[in-house]
Ligand binder design. Sequence first.
Ligand SMILES: Nc1ncnc2c1ncn2[C@@H]1O[C@H](COP(=O)(O)OP(=O)(O)OP(=O)(O)O)[C@@H](O)[C@H]1O
Length: 414
Amino acid sequence: MSNNPEIQNKDIVLSVKNVSKSFRLPTEQASGIKQALINWTRGIKGYREQNVLKDISFEVERGDFLGIVGRNGSGKSTLLKLISGIYTPDSGSIAYQGKLVPFIELGVGFNPELTGRENVFLNGAMLGFSRTEIEAMYDDIVSFAELEDFMDQKLKNYSSGMQVRLAFSLAIKAKGDILVLDEVLAVGDEAFQTKCNNFFTEIKKDPSKTVILVTHSMDSVKKYCNKAILIRDGRIVVNGDKNDAANLYTEDNLKSLQTDKHETNENPDKYPLGLNETVPYLKCVPTSEVVLSSQQNFEFDIEYEYTKNEDFDLAFSMLDMTRGGIPYDTGAIPMGRGGSGRHKRHFSLPLNIFNNGTYQITASLRKPDPKNPNETIRIGYTNEENVCSFSISEDAHGSDYALLKYDAVKLTQQ
Ligand SMILES: Nc1ncnc2c1ncn2[C@@H]1O[C@H](COP(=O)(O)OP(=O)(O)OP(=O)(O)O)[C@@H](O)[C@H]1O
């Protein structure tokens, strides 16, 4: 596949054309030749075909930093394995030119009975490097992995974190032309993460190096990639624009936050969790986009029914789904009198002080506490099917490290 004459345009280093891949998942196991024969005569196959990738086509140019994003099980790892030659496509073609170095599955090519040093040389040879070439890059690999003192130990005595570090260092320090990485595997401690991030920043500037990165971090996509593809159920839905791919991926995740929830119902015969005879309906409904920049406001309606003809309040909490915690609570907002029927009120939340992240708005309907005029009592609340979620996703310089933007508060020096 390498240095392929099919690739006419010298700037295109990887070409994936109409690639499909399916797996056979066993269903009914035949328990012997006789059963297998009976199944065969009855047309029972004993397996189910799972079409994991469907008609995938894209091209990567020299110097590109391509992000591949998609939800769990969408087919990203399968695509990387096809690109790396671990799997062959059922149909379509994959061609690349240059030396392709994959880091996609831990353990592949590593032998636990050999030392760290022997594994580096074995893997280097498997990638097509000569002994002299490996010797030249050996120190660099070992020092990036910070494993100088462990290279003569057998790999089976390494912690899993140490093995990841060695494999990742080998992949990125080997002098390949196309680096194929599954970022999910590049988990290390914070210091190692910082080194990897610095490496990404550096390699991004090198026009001769091409990187293909599977990641779940939209921050990484926006920071390092110049292109991205979004895969949904085995098909490419965004091909090229990294901001479109990242934002649509975030939307996919927000939708699943809403639909994946299976609330345990306190009172299954009557009302869903959080609701009751007095508050039979309470729902937050987004009316703006749900993937926003911090310069925008998140707009939403609260739809409610409060059957009592009495004064009531609404209170909202904002949950930080990325870092955890409740960064903001409105306290009780007086809403006037209730009454029968469904009603709707509109709210707008400015996002200017918040960093990147996914947030959720929950609401509670409350009434004044007759015993304590400063307090309210919760009568109903939004269960997880009735909350609403949104994400802040800055196109550039967005951070998901801290909740508040660096200029949201000022540290004073005395
Ligand atoms: N060797 C295999 N045999 C059978 N099914 C497989 C095989 N490899 C992958 N699959 C199936 O293909 C689908 C896609 O898997 P894949 O690992 O490519 O997804 P992914 O997008 O990388 O997911 P994740 O983000 O969780 O890593 C899954 O349903 C998975 O079970």
